[in-house]
Design a protein around this ligand. Structure first.
Ligand SMILES: [Zn+2]
Length: 453
């Protein structure tokens, strides 16, 4: 991996993944390019020509829509997003080429560089014979060693559904398996995808407030993970709250904290401060993940992993994928244009600065290639748009069965009762129970097989 051509190949593999931001600590000049193609001028950037890094740190920020890295640019601190934007290369018009803007699809695209033929096209992988066979990971109960995951409706976690190699897989192949490869996220799919087939993945169990893995990766937990979990860092947030980083009147959305379209989850409420309550509350860990705390906890675990596994401690390039989930949960609950989202991004910026400072201390930013992208964006809440005078509404698949067009189809085929069972993009589930088919106009019974895409 010492030749220039090999370095280029590695970098091009990274660049082909639709990056929003890319940086290394090599002191590259700021650049703002609308495309992801290399030209001579770009190749002059030290971020592209520096000797091989000791660590590739691929960060995915879940639902970090394209406008969000710079929307609050004037309020960013030092050493976090500003470091990437000013010292690295920022692609502000990068696109993923897949249909479903969902976490597992976006992550696999980022992990592999493929936007097709990865085998992971949707969150729920449909099977024509076994309905909802798996939820983007694995279904083999035997692979799961964590009791809380055993109880999940989709058992076990592994990259078995990924049909192609990931960047981390190629790195493992290139280094005869010597590269140390890890993926970390609150979400299982955020970690499994980045670790690929060759790395190790850890994700956060909301049931136990612990980082867990599966027997695909380990027969038993490494000691340092047991020790990290024993420190009960998530529990240290008990009886605290998500509070604004700055005075409320300094925020763009400072006068719009309480909005009727924001979701309200029990005592968590729609306005600051959002109380985490205590671990005895079954929603405690969920509250943590709908706040900057989820990313802080993930970062603490990632920092411990870097130290305990010795990432970047020799001349073989290692890989760490860190996927931050808070942006996505907060986007779902409060919308991307909300006081919660605004504060979370400012706090994420501080969390990134904390991670980068640690990497600088342990490995050196000059030895680290940092890549940051979103897995997908997120639409505005219809209520937010309505308030601005823009017509928008939620889709209601439950209502589609009553649509005049569907009524005509049902009439044509003599279908009584419900026809559309559900919608999980891009799949439309249509009931095929023969009981619903009473005959066509010529008197014969017919059955339509509408399963699958
Ligand atoms: Zn996502």
């Amino acid at each position: 991996m010492t030749s220039r051509s090999t370095r280029q190949r590695t970098l091009q593999a990274l660049l082909s993944t639709g990056l929003i931001a890319l940086a290394s600590g090599c002191g590259g000049t700021a650049s703002d390019k609308a495309t992801a193609t290399l030209d001579d001028a770009q190749m002059e950037n030290p971020a592209r020509t520096h000797e091989k890094p000791r660590l590739v740190l691929q960060i995915t920020v879940d639902q970090f829509r394209g406008d969000l890295p710079t929307r609050y640019a004037d309020r960013l601190g030092e050493g976090g997003l500003r470091y990437l934007l000013e010292e690295g290369i920022h692609y502000n018009n990068a696109h993923h080429g897949h249909a479903n803007t969902e976490t597992i699809v976006g992550h696999v695209t980022l992990a592999t560089g493929f936007d097709r033929k990865t085998g992971v096209t949707t969150y729920n992988i449909e099977d024509r014979d076994e309905h909802l066979l798996t939820e983007g990971a694995d279904v083999d109960a035997a692979t799961e060693i964590d009791p809380t995951q055993k109880a999940a409706t989709s058992d076990g976690r592994s990259p078995r559904a990924i049909l192609t190699t990931t960047f981390s897989d190629e790195l493992a192949s290139l280094t005869a398996g010597r590269a140390k490869i890890f993926g970390v996220s609150v979400k299982d799919r955020g970690a499994v995808s980045m670790a690929g087939h060759t790395g190790k993945a850890f994700w956060f169990s909301k049931a136990t407030n612990q980082f867990v893995t599966s027997s695909y990766y380990y027969d038993e937990y490494p000691r340092w993970i047991v020790d990290w979990n024993a420190r009960k860092i998530p529990e240290s947030y008990a009886n605290t709250a998500w509070k604004l980083l700055h005075p409320i009147d300094t925020y763009l959305f400072g006068k719009q904290d309480d909005q009727e379209w924001e979701a309200e989850l029990g005592s968590y409420g729609r306005t600051f401060p959002h109380e985490f309550t205590t671990p005895e509350n079954p929603y405690f860990s969920t509250f943590l993940t709908i706040s900057p705390a989820g990313d802080e906890i993930t970062t603490d675990f990632a920092k411990t992993l870097i130290a305990e596994e010795g990432l970047g401690d020799d001349d073989v390039t290692d890989y760490l994928g860190v996927s931050y989930s808070a942006t996505d949960y907060i986007g779902h609950f409060f919308g991307p244009s909300s006081l919660e989202s605004e504060d979370n991004i400012l706090q994420l910026d501080r969390t990134l600065a904390d991670l980068f400072a640690y990497v600088d201390q342990e490995i050196g930013l000059e030895n680290t290639l940092i890549v940051l992208s979103a897995d997908h964006g997120g639409p505005e809440a219809p209520g937010y748009l309505n308030k601005l005078g823009i017509p928008a509404d939620y889709v209601s698949p439950d209502e589609w069965d009553k649509d005049p067009v569907i009524a005509q189809v049902k009439s044509k085929f003599g279908i009584r009762g419900q026809m559309i069972e559900g919608y999980d993009h891009p799949y439309l589930s249509v009931l095929c129970d023969p009981e619903h088919f009473v005959g066509t106009r010529d008197g014969s019974r017919q059955r339509i097989d509408a399963s699958g895409p």
